[in-house]
Design a binder for this molecule. Sequence first.
Ligand code: DGJ
Length: 546
Amino acid sequence: MKKNTLLSMVLAGLLSLQAAGAAEAPRLVSRDGRHALLVDGKPFLMLGAQAHNSSNYPEALKPVWEAAKDAKANTVLMPVAWEQVEPEEGKFDFSFVDTLVKEARQQKQRLVILWFATWKNTSAQYTPAWVKLDPKRFPANLDREGKPNYSLSPFGTETLKADKRAFVALMAHLKKIDSAERTVLMVQVENEVGTYGLVRDFGKAAEAAFTQPVPAAVLARKKAVVPGAASGNWRAVYGDYADEYFHAWAIARYIGDIAAAGKAVYELPMYVNNALRNPLDQPPKPWNKDFASGGPTWDVIDIYKAAAPALDIVAPDIYRPESEQVNANLRLFQRADNALWVPEIGNAAAYGRYLYPILGHGAIGVAPFGIDYFNYSNFPLGSTSTDREMVEPFARVFKMFAPIQRQWAQWAFDGRTRGAAEGDDRKPQLLEFPGWVAKLSYREWQFGETSWKMTDKFPAGTEQPGGGVAIAQIGDDEFLVIGQRTRVRMEAAPGQNGFMLRTEQGRFDDQGRWVMERVWNGDQVDYGLNLPAEPVMLKIKMGRPR
Ligand code: DGJ
């Protein structure tokens, strides 16, 4: 074939794709240890809202859309359950998925689909009845005495086959209904996997695999906490950690196999979420019934990467509100080989401020859990309220990012963003940028210095920590600040000269143009920039004297 004939065929193909309105598939990209989710070819920031567990039915969607809209979210995370799509073996019903995707488009929401199947919070509760009722074909994990545990074994070959077949059918269906519009951005495979109360499966197949040599891919990535043999079986290499690492490998391999099969029919980014183990347990102690063994906790991310290359991200579900815990988790899950993505964070008000460090650190997105006006509250994990009051602490932050989400995602990908939340210790913090620093302090009045001791009162509403700020360095000497309840002092980096020249308060309009509302000067800058309870956006020009 002549060269230009081939070229014109390629061009014709591209043009017909364009004519059909086919959008580019969402995909993850990495550069210099940072990550972006490309949607329609450009970085996208998922301002997410996760629905409640039982909202995956057409009649239950309205309260989800309402809450997501109030939250100013752009992406809804919604379960699709194995029990609902394959109630009878081999007969698939994707009518809910059709309704979900259709309504999401009407609502101008993107979607992340959560595949609730073999494991949902470690249990088999979302498997179809024909799975639940056939333990011979779909075996449970066995304990050391051979007694069946509540959770399914990752060595159940029939379970894997059946789950995979259903997942592939789901992905094929998504391809059919969504490869032109790409409403669905990512898929979570299973939900909070692992096993509580039992370190691993002791069934026959598991026992046989446990005595095999640790696979080379795992050895290459996962170092032993207490050095054992350089190679050999799990016990020889990993000692007291062998059982939990083996279980992580077995589950990762199972999910990775499902993800790979799904991607082969329709390629979307895929991830696993996890019920966290204590991030402050450093170095981690061996499992002692204190977390879900086998889940993708921070200390076994490398095992998941080795055993399940089709899983793009291991993601934390954040339900401990202490700032030390949150910060440690963000650090542990943001890696050159793992994009930071927080698919669940509690919907209690205390979590609202953490959206700033999450988005400031360059996460591809975050989703508070239970952004849904279904009359159900998961207090004490989350909020007691189930209405607007619950959505408010997140809406007030998302509202600021929503108009610039694409731009923010690009800045984050370029390494220009930072963020912080007020710590439980209420202490000052520092954000460093090339040439400049932002000094942050909390619980201050907007006027004056605490050292003047003119009052011993604190501003109303600061009884609990609630401050947060995210800053982008949008030019060498220019910053965009978004935040609440924080005093920000922008200064030259140590040893350099410079000061704030001009600070504008404003917003971006629908076209992405900056609309200046006022210039902050006088009292408004003499004591730092005092961001009020309701977030503001500031554009700051710094200057260096010649
Ligand atoms: C974490 C799980 O992943 C969610 O599905 C949900 O069960 C919450 N815990 C609790 O509300």
